[in-house]
Design a protein around this ligand. Sequence first.
Ligand SMILES: [Zn+2]
Length: 500
Amino acid sequence: MNVRFLALGLALAAAAHAPAQAAERYWVRDVAVIPADTDEVLSHRDVLIEDGRIRRIAAADAQRRVGDARVVDGRGKYLVPGYVDAHAHIATEGAIRDSKDPAIKGLDLGAQHAYDRQVMLSFLKAGVTGVANLGGSPGSDEDLLRLREEIDAGRAVGPKLYVGKRINGPRAAVAEKPDGQPVPASKPEAPTTAADGIVAVQRAKQRGYDFIKPYQFLNRETYQAVVEEAKRQGFITTGHLPELGCATCADRAFAFAHPMTNLAHTEELARFARIGSDLAPAEIETLAKAVADSGLSVTPTLITLKTIVAMYVQREVPAVPKGWLETVDPVTRLEWTAPANRYLSQAFRDQEGADRFSAGYDFSRVLTRALWKRKVPLTVGTDAALPGLPFGVSVLQEMVELREVGLPAVEVLRAASINAHRLFDPQSGSGAVREGERANLVLLDADPLADIHNAAKVAGVFAQGRWLSIADIDRQLSEGEAFEQELQRQIEQRKAAAGS
Ligand SMILES: [Zn+2]
């Protein structure tokens, strides 16, 4: 590391770790409040934010004495709940350290967490004040557990993090056609027995994870044990449905009889609606009813499917919304390009049924609408940073997807906020813009109920009660540019060395 880079890293660290000012108070003056737990809009309100909470929502009063509070001008603006990405895989320094890719492995990230800081800021730039991480590498999970503490304590700026532990078995445990390979011995890291599944959940509890992500290669008994033990430990579960069609697999009735709390993709249900290799549209109502009856909530992740279909059809990563490619760090960009991007690989194209991925997207859209009609709670999730889906803005893209399958704008806002709070964090309030609730909020320049695209017109956010205008966020992001350039330089150097 060169000296200039080191000095910069230290300066960033000082900024990132500045303690939260004691007793931060703000008055947002004369703003339209959209609480989002009902359909109402409260025009011309003054809102007091204090110590991370919404203390008061009162009729706007030009004579109001604000004392030492900071004033945020809300005139012509809208105050809505902060958005939550209910399905992300956050890129972290820990993940880079764990990477086996020689193009990434061992990159010098400095010691000051500048990389993680940029990622956190990109969420806030889009109004995303909460993110659920659905499992990563061991180093990535450790990094996020640490970041979660830093952010909760006000020592770092970022969204509220919910860190999930993925529990999965070996693929061979649920192989439809066993290829003669023995199933590896069960262990808590890859359980094939109920006992090891239970140990895996208990370890996650001890380590301080927020929720469990059961994954699809768990066999029947292990899947059930993980779901049940998670419930006993007070965890919610959001993940994949079990595999179908092998001797140790769950079947459809079993999966709905032992439901997780939340299903992490509608695409999972498409797997449950295949007759042979074809999707059966007639299954949509059957599945929607099974989901509703089992009490599952769902994160549709339509933008994820749309993006994968686009990569298949166009053989390139689709353009990201204007101005957002700049927020994607050099390592993630590298992972979006061939050969790291598996969606651009020949192996991906050669999968059976690949030419019908578009139909899967259509199916998921119609199914999402059927779920909504049956009042299944929906949340906004993206699978970012899947290629083409930057952190932050992809939440806004998914909000548009949900609007397009028929949800009214206020219900889209609810899916992006209140429904996620109810899922991940029910003990700390409803997530609505109401007195007493935690101040994770977005101030918008235009009315999101008139056009959901306005949910992207972020004037600033309250992240755990701390105000950051969009200018503040952009300035902090630009402070990290030199760090990103240095990272880019290291990557280019490696490319050149590999080419020579
Ligand atoms: Zn995922």
